[in-house]
Design a protein around this ligand. Structure first.
Ligand code: DX5
Ligand code: ZN
Length: 219
């Protein structure tokens, strides 16, 4: 089952509560929350208080993507705010194993993200501890960028490794430039969670946008 996680980065920030409720009504599976600190990526978005504020407006899992340096400083706040998944960047963690375990000890599902320039091997030592691997299909920082096709082989490589290790429940999520044109490429390679920012929230009819992506991957 392919899951679709609209990213609120492309939503109207003046009415986030309504925007997440609408995504849920429109058939979304998770809500993707992009947290940017202006250091790890060249953009600033939102923090844990916003996650707390939107949490009562949806029953869907909040999938928090931390594009921040020193994520360990803020993980407890995001856990308390209601995150179901917390994903950190491998590139932002000197002590990746410690950070992953910190997330899990707080009772939250743990993910690690890889930038397009980072090889799959960056997570090989923590793969068994993860609930989710996030393969970035653009360089993080902004919505509406073009999908980088070169990232597809990394999805395939990680899915193959997960299968070899019999880790069949680990999600592979993709993020950046996902549309009904690019979605089939990534699901064929083994991705099962599709983040879509502009392809959902920049569309007037969000339900139609979500079903177009779902139909493109035969789901
Ligand atoms: C990119 C963010 C994405 C972004 C995707 O840095 O991590 O989640 O919202 O936006 P689209 O789907 O428009 O590429
Ligand atoms: Zn994201």
């Amino acid at each position: 089952m392919i899951k679709i996680a609209p990213s609120i980065l492309s939503a109207d920030f003046a009415k986030l509560g309504q925007e997440v409720a609408e995504a849920e009504k429109s058939g979304a599976d998770w809500i993707h929350v992009d947290v940017m600190d202006g250091h790890f990526v060249p953009n600033i978005t939102l923090g844990a208080p916003i996650v707390s504020a939107i949490a009562p407006h949806t029953t869907l899992p909040l999938d928090v993507h931390l594009m921040i340096e020193n994520p360990e400083r803020y993980i407890p706040d995001f856990a308390k705010a209601g995150a179901a998944f917390i994903t950190v960047h491998a590139e932002a963690c000197t002590h990746l194993h410690r950070v992953v375990h910190m997330i899990k000890e707080l009772g939250v599902k743990a993910g690690v993200a890889l930038n397009p320039g980072t090889p799959a091997s960056a997570i090989s030592e923590v793969l068994e501890d993860l609930d989710l691997v996030l393969v970035m299909t653009v360089n993080p920082g902004f919505g509406g960028q073009a999908f980088i096709p070169r990232t597809v082989h990394k999805i395939r490589q990680i899915r193959q490794r997960l299968n070899e290790l019999s880790l069949f429940n680990v999600h592979i999520e993709v993020d950046g430039g996902i549309t009904s044109e690019t979605a089939p490429l990534v699901t064929e390679a083994g991705a099962d969670v599709l983040v879509a920012g502009s392809a959902v929230y920049a569309q007037p009819d969000r339900a139609a946008a979500i079903s177009a992506i779902r139909r493109s991957v035969g789901g």
